[in-house]
Write a protein that binds this ligand. Structure first.
Ligand code: AP5
Length: 284
């Protein structure tokens, strides 16, 4: 039997992590010139999670709950485009203006635009606080680009969670969704209502209904999902990263369903890193 000394060049947890990495996301939402205030420092094995699933299945809601549990940052590409969409036209580059127009119609933004935007923020993928990617990757080309970047940087994904729900429930969730214009927290008029109507529980921001939650855009988004995003399920299954999670029940129940397997996968990833470090030490 080989004994492994647990003195790795990294730790599983950063002390005080719970107080770090709240929903700051300044660097992600506004770009690299807006640094986040509290970024964890030191060697640490971060959570690096991708959330998959049809529009409205509850990825943003789960990302928020997982952020509270795991303290990894919630990075949503849709939030970046919506933040851009809330600025005046003259503040936006021609490419970003075009991206916002795609989003409003419910169509996917072209891969090259999305990848340029993510690459510009790749510091967020390297961040010691980890990440929960919501809405990216969304096409095979995006998934391949992400894999190449992560492989080059020696960054491993913990898991890719695919949330599964019948289409009729998805449409009901989208129709009742309300979002905070300031902190982007997500509510539902009947399933997850705010304490005060139209007002965010966390920051008192005003709640709004997304432009792409109109019936005609919902249809376009669901078709785009079937055509472009659903193939990612088998892509990540082949890589051994896919976790299938039924998205029925309350948001807390769904979160409870996913955390034990996420913990298990991370422990396995940590053990593999220890083995590799030990093998390396013995070889040198
Ligand atoms: P994006 O913002 O990513 O939207 P999406 O994928 O369509 O997903 P949604 O945000 O609509 O839904 P969700 O799964 O997060 O559900 P939520 O938690 O809000 O992208 C928007 C657009 O940006 C795209 O259409 C595209 O144009 C563009 N874009 C973004 N990324 C791109 C990329 N990589 N490539 C190309 N284009 C890109 O929940 C929905 C509702 O259900 C809420 O009201 C919530 O309160 C409620 N709810 C959640 N869970 C439950 C539950 N368990 N029970 C009852 N209600 C629930």
């Amino acid at each position: 039997m080989i004994c492994i000394t647990v003195s790795p060049p990294f730790r599983r947890y950063i002390p005080g992590m719970a107080t770090l990495n709240k929903q700051v996301r300044a660097r992600w939402l506004q770009g690299p010139s807006a640094p986040c205030e509290s970024v964890p420092k030191g060697a640490y094995l971060p959570w690096r999670i991708v959330l998959l699933g049809a529009p409205g299945v509850g990825k943003g809601t789960q990302a928020d709950l997982l952020n509270q549990r795991l303290h990894a940052c919630h990075l949503s590409t849709g939030d970046v485009f919506r933040t851009a969409g809330s600025r005046s036209d003259c503040e936006l580059s021609p490419v970003m203006k075009e991206a916002v127009a795609y989003m409003r119609r419910g169509e996917l933004v072209p891969d090259s635009t999305v990848w340029d935007m993510v690459r510009e923020r790749s510091e967020c993928l390297r961040c010691a606080g980890g990440f929960i990617l919501d809405g990216f990757p969304r096409t095979l080309a995006q998934a391949v680009s992400l894999k190449q970047l992560m492989d080059t940087e020696g960054l491993g994904l913990t898991a890719v969670v695919n949330y599964e729900l019948p289409a009729s429930e998805i449409v009901a969730r989208l129709g009742g969704r309300r979002t905070c214009e300031k902190c982007k927290a997500v509510y539902h008029v009947t399933e997850r209502p705010p304490k005060v109507a139209e007002c965010c529980d966390r920051c008192d921001g005003k709640l709004f209904q997304r432009e792409d939650d109109r019936p005609e855009s919902i249809k376009v988004r669901l078709e785009a999902y079937d055509r472009s995003t659903a193939p990612l399920i088998s892509f990540y299954e082949k890589l051994g990263l896919l976790m299938r999670v039924p998205a029925t029940g309350t948001p807390d129940e769904i979160c409870e369903r996913s955390v034990p397997e996420l913990e298990y996968r991370r422990t396995k990833q940590f053990a593999n890193l220890l083995w590799a470090a030990e093998e390396n030490r013995r070889d040198t």
